[in-house]
Write a protein that binds this ligand. Structure first.
Ligand code: PEP
Length: 253
């Protein structure tokens, strides 16, 4: 089963409009020859429009970091599918651990946002991952099973063509601690088997599962080289065009 690698940069709450455009303009020539990976950058809402414009005609796609489950109305601080459509975004990240940790995101809201995003024609990076305590308790596989079961509730096999799962152990995000390739591979395999239980083996074999957690140029090849790791969701190393391009080229070059 060949699954195209996908490497996405989550800029989080970093980069002004000018900085984001400069990053993309620097990144474009560095990754112009990469044709064996999908490349996505996910700026803040205020920077999306300018980055979509800067990325036009390149092999860089653009994603948002969240999407409201509601169509419109009294939802202060939320951004709707129509608003993201209007600026030309293709992808949305849903359920990042920082949203779960600081903003009350749950498997239920992840599921609601995912359904809204798919109905509007977006592709989704659905994030899951265990805390350090859960890893140390030995409950990692139960945690990802619960998150996948809740997040994918009511999602069909054909919907899955537009979903990428991002497995991100929370203890490895922004900490410099990376899961070993073997550790990550074991959990990716467990995630794939949960998808097989929910939606069948064919869907499970086709779905892409990204790894996230302190991935960088020095470890991207080994991680993405694992059988069940189909790319990365990158925080820190996506904030520099040089580091991000090096990570991508090392992973798939
Ligand atoms: C992330 O936040 O999705 C992430 C993986 O961050 P970092 O690469 O900085 O660990």
């Amino acid at each position: 089963m060949s699954r195209k690698v996908i490497i996405a940069g989550n800029w989080k709450m970093n980069k002004t409009v000018a900085e984001g455009v400069a990053l993309v303009n620097e990144l474009k020539p560095l990754v112009a020859n990469v044709d064996n990976a999908e490349i996505v950058v996910c700026p803040t809402f205020t920077t999306l429009s300018a980055v979509v414009e800067a990325a036009k005609g390149s092999n860089i796609q653009v994603g948002a970091q969240n999407i409201s489950w509601a169509e419109s109305g009294a939802f202060t601080g939320e951004i709707s599918a129509d608003m993201l459509k209007e600026v030309g975004v293709e992808w949305v990240i849903i359920g990042h651990s920082e949203r779960r940790q600081y903003f009350g995101e749950t498997d239920k809201t992840v599921n609601q946002r995912t359904k809204t995003a798919l109905a509007a024609g977006f592709k989704v990076m659905l994030c899951i991952g265990e805390s350090l305590e859960e890893r140390e308790n030995g409950t990692t596989n139960d945690v990802v099973k619960t998150q996948l079961t809740g997040g994918l509730e009511g999602i069909s096999a054909s919907d899955m063509e537009n979903i990428v799962i991002a497995y991100e152990p929370v203890w490895a995000i922004g900490t410099g601690k990376t899961a070993t390739p073997e550790m990550a591979e074991d959990t990716h395999k467990a995630c794939r088997s949960v998808v097989a239980d929910i939606l069948g083996q064919e869907v499970a074999d086709a779905v892409r599962i990204q790894y996230g957690g302190s991935m960088k140029g020095a470890n991207s090849k080994e991680l993405v080289g694992q059988e069940n790791i189909d790319g990365g969701l990158i925080g820190g190393a996506s904030l520099s065009a040089k580091d991000f391009s090096e990570l991508i080229i090392n992973a798939v070059g």
